[in-house]
Design a protein around this ligand. Structure first.
Ligand SMILES: NC(=O)c1ccc[n+]([C@@H]2O[C@H](COP(=O)([O-])OP(=O)(O)OC[C@H]3O[C@@H](n4cnc5c(N)ncnc54)[C@H](OP(=O)(O)O)[C@@H]3O)[C@@H](O)[C@H]2O)c1
Length: 374
């Protein structure tokens, strides 16, 4: 497993991170403790060091299990533990959720207790609450870093303007900068390409990809059916839940699945591996969160970076999954830019302008290969 430094920080994280949203059966589509432990062990054996959880996941069970597994394996020093706050823990109390100082200070104590640790390596705002100013969030997170309870910070599911403002404030005020942007990104969900890739690479935040398989869709186990899709797994369990994250059975996505199946067939690789490989090698991506409910699923995805997708096959995946072009991004198309440049060819700096190893990491960090380092 290769490691990259996350964003502009000195924190070294493996290119595949372990998502633990499925640790615990409380939500009806996770894994029991025994299987979760096997998944944890297999990930550690493969050399992974980055574990992602949240206070929300399986009602706190995910944090509890992860903390126990890390402690029992004697890995607290080696493990990079990421957890998140934002979601409400006490219905009826608006200050037991959201991103205000009062909730962040409440939430961090709960996460530390469930994880059984005295510090969190990466503390992430889970979702924008549409209310709390970036100043309050960033100042509070900086206080937690100074207090030694948190090492690094990240943002998830926030508008790009908000993340840009937060990072600029951190730079100007000498607060702890944002090292990671945790966002949904896959062949089936490429909206982040409009804003967040440039945002992350230019302002020093590594993309931490969630749902690289679109909640299992890109493993190929679902087929179009009478009510949208057929197959067994999270997407079937949550069909009709009304949560847009899980509404993946669309005509566009079936076209993507069909092309992915064809490409994976030509490569002789499982579809899940090809899907994870594709997103892990997109510009700006620092790490990809892989999740599983069964050990064989994780073993499958852990081999996702052992091969390269040839350019012509990658181009087919790019083409079938190309996101629609929206205004104002239409103005950044080659045709419009040609009008701005007066017909001259004006490119960005050539790759050689940047140190090789930074280019390899999509400009978000430096690859630290364990073998090279020896
Ligand atoms: N910040 C956020 O808002 C946010 C949101 C979501 C997730 N996350 C993080 O990202 C992590 C990964 O997200 P995700 O679980 O949605 O990732 P994903 O890779 O899109 O989906 C993983 C799920 O797909 C199925 N699967 C995985 N490998 C498979 C294989 N080889 N063959 C068939 N099915 C397979 C399993 O579910 P089934 O067995 O049920 O089909 C597995 O739980 C989470 O654990 C969490 O840490 C963050």
């Amino acid at each position: 497993m290769d490691y990259y430094t996350l964003g502009r920080s000195g924190l070294k994280v493996s290119r595949l991170a372990l998502g633990t949203m499925t640790f615990g059966e409380d939500w009806g589509w996770g894994a029991d403790e025994q299987v979760s432990r096997q998944i944890f062990d297999a990930y550690v054996e493969a050399g992974g060091n980055l574990f992602d959880t949240a206070d929300l996941y399986t009602g706190g069970r995910s944090e509890e299990m992860l903390g126990r597994f890390v402690a029992e394996a004697g890995l607290r020093d080696a493990a990079v533990i990421a957890t998140k706050f934002s979601f409400n823990a006490a219905p009826g109390n608006p200050n037991a959720g959201g991103n205000g100082r009062k909730n962040i200070l409440r939430a961090v104590e709960g996460s530390l207790r469930r994880l059984g640790t005295d510090y969190i390596d990466l503390y992430i705002l889970h979702a924008w609450d549409r209310l709390t100013p970036a100043e309050e969030v960033m100042r509070t997170l900086d206080d937690l870093v100074r207090a030694g309870k948190v090492r690094h910070i990240g943002l998830s599911n926030v508008p790009a303007w908000y993340a840009g403002r937060a990072q600029t404030l951190a730079d100007l005020c000498h607060w702890e900068p944002v090292s990671a942007l945790q966002l949904e990104y896959s062949l089936a969900e490429r909206a982040v390409e409009d804003e967040y890739v440039d945002l992350g690479t230019r302002l020093g935040m590594g993309l931490m990809v969630w749902s690289p398989l679109a909640s299992g869709l890109l493993s190929g186990k679902y087929r179009p059916g009478r009510d949208g899709g057929e197959g067994e797994g999270r997407l079937a369990a949550l069909a009709g839940s009304g949560n847009p994250v899980f509404e993946k059975f669309t005509e566009r996505n079936w076209r993507i699945v069909a092309e992915l199946e064809a490409v994976a067939g030509e490569l002789g690789r499982p579809m899940a591996q090809v899907a994870v490989n594709w997103v892990a090698n997109r510009p700006g991506v620092a790490t990809v969160l892989v999740g599983a409910t069964k050990l064989h699923q994780l073993r499958d995805t852990l081999a996702a970076l052992d091969f390269a997708i040839p350019a012509e096959l990658a181009a087919r995946l790019d083409a079938v999954s190309a996101p629609p072009l929206h205004y104002p991004y239409t103005f950044f198309s080659p045709a419009m830019q040609g009008m701005i440049a007066g017909g001259a060819t004006v490119g960005d700096k050539p790759p050689a302008y940047l140190p090789d190893r930074t280019v390899a990491a999509g400009g978000v960090g430096v690859s630290v290969n364990a073998e090279e380092a020896e």
